[in-house]
Ligand binder design. Sequence first.
Ligand code: AMP
Ligand code: FE
Ligand code: FE
Ligand code: ZN
Length: 273
Amino acid sequence: MRDSCDLHVHTTLSDGTFTPAQIVKKAVELGLRAVAITDHDTVAGIGQSLEAAAGTGLEIIPGIEMSADIDAGELHMLGYFMDYKSGPLLKELEDCCNIRTQRIYKIVERLEKMGINIRSDEVFNEANGIAVGRPHVARVMLKKGYIKNTSEAFRKYIGEKCPAYVGKKKTTPEKVIEIIRKAGGMAGIAHPGSINRDDLIVRLIDRGLQFIEAYHPDHSTSIEKHYKKMAERKGLLVTGGSDFHGINKQSVSLGSKTVPYSTVEEIKRRLKL
Ligand code: AMP
Ligand code: FE
Ligand code: FE
Ligand code: ZN
């Protein structure tokens, strides 16, 4: 079996467009050895992925991607091998998803003021999962002909500095690390290149940060090298994945960024699994 592992994958339970079963089927076809299911703010896709993968030889790693607020905007954080049935983790994620739902009404209201008439129930139908977000809003706008592609929605309407942007739940990076680690998982930073804040990464090491995702489609080879070196210097583990979102991010395919299985073994070793 091939050695490649994709440690960053979204399903329909958040803003991916492949169901857990479709992810598993595709990963098996590609001959991947392991896939980490890292939906935004929900672990609801993990059980389904484990079921679908049973007997296939594909290893499913329970994961999560959570957002934290930092002065420069939003920091995305990853967790691996948490107990995805842990009460405090589920409570936190439920809060995040409730806030995601409430925020859709506000976004729809703001869009209406900009002459975009979409309804919140259309967004919820588009999501059909647990963690509803801006990509679902963008897809409804696209279907109704208000934009030519989803990136136009982010550029003009719902991107961070745009008029219809509404933020999510306010959590600190320290709190996210604590939640993931208390649930028995390993905590790290997703695509650190998107925030470019090495000072923050260094500060978070003292607070329990354990890895950085050096290999990501948004990172150039020199950025990859930079984070790999930084990880070596600081004793952090280096992870990577495709951040696959299905047709919500067409430039990226499943398994297009991977790490060897030895990375998974090292995560397990450090977690004493
Ligand atoms: P949310 O979690 O609702 O704030 O939405 C953020 C998600 O939108 C990210 O995880 C990406 O999947 C997607 N996204 C962010 N920026 C863009 C963009 N410029 N074009 C398309 N999708 C984007
Ligand atoms: Fe996403
Ligand atoms: Fe992300
Ligand atoms: Zn992601």
